[in-house]
Design a protein around this ligand. Structure first.
Ligand SMILES: [Zn+2]
Ligand SMILES: [Zn+2]
Length: 181
């Protein structure tokens, strides 16, 4: 023993199980590193808001410590191999204790690392179900929507989906969220 292994994790957004990422991370890497890739992949801020990992799929079970995005916080430096996880075990990941975005993480298997690979990395993800910009659609163009205008969506009671260019038009002062596929 003593050789390094990688953990193959499947992470999914709880409110939208069709959105998932398969992540490989070395057992010597930290929850801070896992937090960063979770934030990037699920469209969360990497510069703001607290997050935390929990044992089991239960929020407020055994927490592994808060993580601040600036690599601070009690959970940040904890190594994956300190969590005592076995294949099949699950964790809860909560981003932002204001809006509380919940994710499930399952340890699918423990495997040998490949030489010359940078970890953590994404090895697979859900097949994207693209939605299209409504303004472009009106002009007969098919452009993938990358933004949802929160302000217009709330005002109109439906999802107002836009591409980058159209968001910068009449919606440029509106509060918008990036769409993750
Ligand atoms: Zn557009
Ligand atoms: Zn708008």
């Amino acid at each position: 023993m003593g050789t390094e292994v990688i953990y193959v994790l499947k992470a999914a957004l709880k409110a939208r199980n069709g959105l998932w990422r398969r992540i490989e991370i070395k057992d010597s890497q930290t929850l801070g590193e896992l937090d960063y890739i979770m934030r990037e992949e699920f469209g969360h801020d990497t510069w703001d808001h607290l997050s935390e990992f929990y044992r089991g799929l239960v929020w407020k079970s055994e927490g592994f410590g808060e993580i601040y995005p600036d690599a601070d916080g009690r959970g940040t430096m904890i190594q994956i191999n300190q969590l005592d996880l076995s294949e099949g075990d699950q964790m809860e990941y909560v981003y932002d204790f204001g809006s509380e975005v919940h994710h499930s993480i399952t340890l699918e298997k423990i495997a040998e690392p490949e030489k010359g690979v940078l970890y953590p990395r994404i090895v697979s993800k859900n097949k994207p179900e693209y939605r299209y910009c409504e303004l472009c659609t009106k002009e007969g163009k098919e452009t993938i929507a990358t933004w949802i205008c929160i302000e217009c969506s709330e005002g109109e009671g439906r999802s107002v989906l836009l591409c980058e260019d159209c968001l910068e038009g009449e919606h440029c002062d509106h509060y918008a969220d990036e769409i993750v596929y």
